[in-house]
Design a protein around this ligand. Sequence first.
Ligand code: ADP
Length: 478
Amino acid sequence: MNPLSRARALFCWLVLFFLGAVWIARQEYVDLYDRFFQSTSVAQRMLSQKTVQHEAVLATLAALSHPPTPERLYPSLQPAMPQLLGLGYLPDGAWTGSLAEPPGLPAALERARQLGRAVTLPLDAARYWLVAPSSWSLLLDARQLVPAADFPPGLANLTLMVNQTPLTLLDKQPSDAFGLTMALQKPLGAASQPFQMRSTRTLTPAYWPWTAWLAWAIASALLVAGAAAWQRSRAEARRQQEQVRLAAMARLSTLGEMAAGIAHELNQPLTAILAHTRAAERLLDDEDERPAVRHALLASAEQAKRAADIISRMRALVQPSSPARREALDPDALVASLRFLREPDLTRQGIRLSWHNASPGARPLGDRVALEQILHNLVQNAADALATADGPRRIALEGRSVGDNYVFSVSDTGPGIAADALPQLFAPFYTTRAQGMGLGLALCETLAGSMDGRIAARNLSPAGACFTVSLPRSGATA
Ligand code: ADP
């Protein structure tokens, strides 16, 4: 995977993980809040039951026609009601009780009678008197209503507003604990003691769904990695398909190139055959022209042989298994055959062809037909270049030994090669001629290469172009 797509995969994973993590956290929170809500409701019911019980005790005392004295009553009630600290009676302004009369009792009694129900007379944050219209009063300790251990485990902090300051019933968490705090506030159910109960619980990091998050991190990473691998394999499959398509196209274009090359190469001998046959036909009826007819037919046969050779060479070229033939060639004989074929044409165009062998006896190693083809092409190109040239029209063929090689050069007095054309001269289909196909030099290079030779081009001073074909020399040390 390249760095960009790796970064993209990482980004996708982060987004996926974040969304999943938020969903998990929300589910977990809903679940914990549900339990917290239930526990708070249970606590509120437990406290409410106790306060309602106080009302029931007061109602029972009011219903007694000859109630025992508070001092005698208290010890019998206290074991069942640990929150009961004392009780008393104020029938007609005279207080009888297990404890001293609390300040403000008459006013509280007055209020109770007006309301027709018991009222509270707080002593401090935890203790309060519950004063009934019947003149009976109970002193209660809110801390003792429910033992801390009896509260449901889902609770953390619980307070009760008996007086102005909250009374702590449960304190399992420090108030400044780090995390998300859930809070619920409810009044107790007894009409006479509707104290506000407040329950809070902080979801500290210890309660966060780390395991689920870790599992999701792994699962989402696997998911993204799987998706990335799937994408990669699809891209790979597409690339392979594309390669197959390109290879097919390359085969087709090579085929087209070959076909064009064959047509280009065969055009020369076929044109020559046609010209020679027509000349022979014209001279046929004239007895004196017999030698000329024979020459024309011989030249035709020679060209037909060349065409056949070209075809067999082409076949050899497309079958790389068949190695190019190597034989020691006679440059003079080769050029003589070339001159025999080309000179009449060139003379007609006013072009003089010269040959100079600077190393007589030296033999280039190669394939005769391939070399002939190269020289034919180079001479034809030189003639084409000279067609538009003013001044003397000359093509100079030369051969000489250079080191372990034998080098042919074909020079002309034409306009030379344009500077921008030089680097691409041997590329297939490169041409500056309206009728050109740009295959001649590409083919020459392939043919030279098949003989371990090299072909090069340069410009001459003051004018003209020079092409050299260098081939291994027979008898050289290499
Ligand atoms: P074609 O002859 O079909 O154009 P070639 O591959 O034989 O294809 O030649 C490619 C190009 O090289 C020619 O179009 C021409 O521009 C340039 N060229 C070849 N020979 C010569 C030369 N002797 N003088 C100048 N330019 C040449």
